[in-house]
Design a protein around this ligand. Structure first.
Ligand code: CP
Ligand code: NVA
Length: 310
């Protein structure tokens, strides 16, 4: 289905491909409980380029590759010649001669697009400033586990910064037909082009996608509320200023009073308690949040097996 393809954005996937990844991830998760994982990627190697920090992405890709019978290489830009200015297009062509797939976490999304253009092997987006597709596919799997398979019956709210997570939720919700309202300050809306693309995708599934400046409006009747850090990687210098701007967007007990009685709260982590989420809300939803973290492993194993097993 995805053999030889890149996974750069959920927008690039068909509706069937999105559900194909979720189903395969769920199968791998179940299978792992009863037996060893099939070695779909025996003898294959994934290179993992990190130009930003990571706990979950690094460990889940590396362990996932091992469980699939392959090997993963951690390639930090502190060590690669890429970090000293070797062009991404040269790096792509060199690494394609050694590796069977490349996962990259970087700043500008255009770097991933450039890498994929010049690489002969599948490229997987492990987060850019614009998108975090592996996380949102994982979140869809987690939503399905906690709220059932009928995405069309669900209403989700994302509250906080209009960042890579907000953008990817728009793409994800559009593909599975789930209603999503994003609530951010007017100056920190999701990417305009992403919103437009998501609205077009949503025509196929009937998902209602909306934006509001009012977080209360967004969470009204929501079955799922998600948030993320107010200062993403690369925005550390703006942290104090952002804390003031985003204060009305904190996911706390008071805000959640407006949500559905059985609301679940999601967070891709790392979380900043007392900022985008309160300690009590985080801990009350820890069972969901850590399922979400675990599911990175299963979802990415599905993605790697589907793209690299060719
Ligand atoms: N959620 C996520 O991508 O976590 P890391 O930054 O630790 O990889
Ligand atoms: N928006 C966050 C996500 C971290 C997984 C960031 O880009 O830092």
């Amino acid at each position: 289905m995805l053999a030889g393809r890149d996974l750069i954005s959920i927008h690039d996937l068909s509706v069937d491909e999105v559900f194909g990844i979720l189903d395969f991830a769920a199968d791998l998760k179940m299978y792992q409980k009863v037996d060893a994982c099939p070695d779909f990627l025996k003898g294959k190697t994934l290179g993992m380029i990190f130009e930003k920090s990571s706990t979950r992405t690094r460990v889940s890709f590396e362990v996932g590759m091992y469980q699939l019978g392959g090997t993963a290489l951690f390639l930090s830009n502190r060590d690669l010649q890429l970090g000293r200015g070797e062009p991404i297009k040269d790096t792509a062509r060199v690494l394609s001669r050694y590796l069977n797939g490349i996962m990259i976490r970087t700043y500008g999304h255009d770097r991933i697009v450039e890498l994929a253009k010049y690489a002969d092997v599948p490229v997987i987006n492990g987060l850019s400033d614009l998108l975090h597709p592996c996380q949102v596919l994982t979140d869809l799997l987690t939503i399905r586990e906690h709220k059932g398979k009928n995405f069309r019956a669900l209403k989700m709210a994302y509250v906080g910064d209009g960042n890579n997570m907000a953008n990817s939720y728009l793409y994800g919700a559009a593909k599975v037909g789930m209603d999503l309202t994003v609530s951010t300050p007017a100056k920190h809306k999701p990417d305009e082009k992403v919103f437009d693309n998501a609205l077009t995708d949503a025509e196929e599934t009937g998902a209602l996608l909306d934006w509001t400046e009012d977080p209360v409006e967004a969470v009204k009747g929501a079955d799922i509320v998600a948030t993320d850090t107010w200062a993403s990687m690369g925005q550390e210098a703006e942290h104090d200023e952002r804390k003031k701007i985003f204060a009305p967007y904190q996911v706390n007990k008071k805000l959640l009073k407006h949500a559905s009685k059985n609301v679940i709260v999601m967070h891709c982590l790392p979380a900043y308690r007392g900022e985008e989420i309160t300690e009590d809300v985080f801990e009350n939803n820890a069972h969901v949040i850590f399922d979400e973290a675990e599911n990175r492993l299963h979802t990415q194993k599905a993605i790697m097996a589907m793209t690299m097993d060719y």
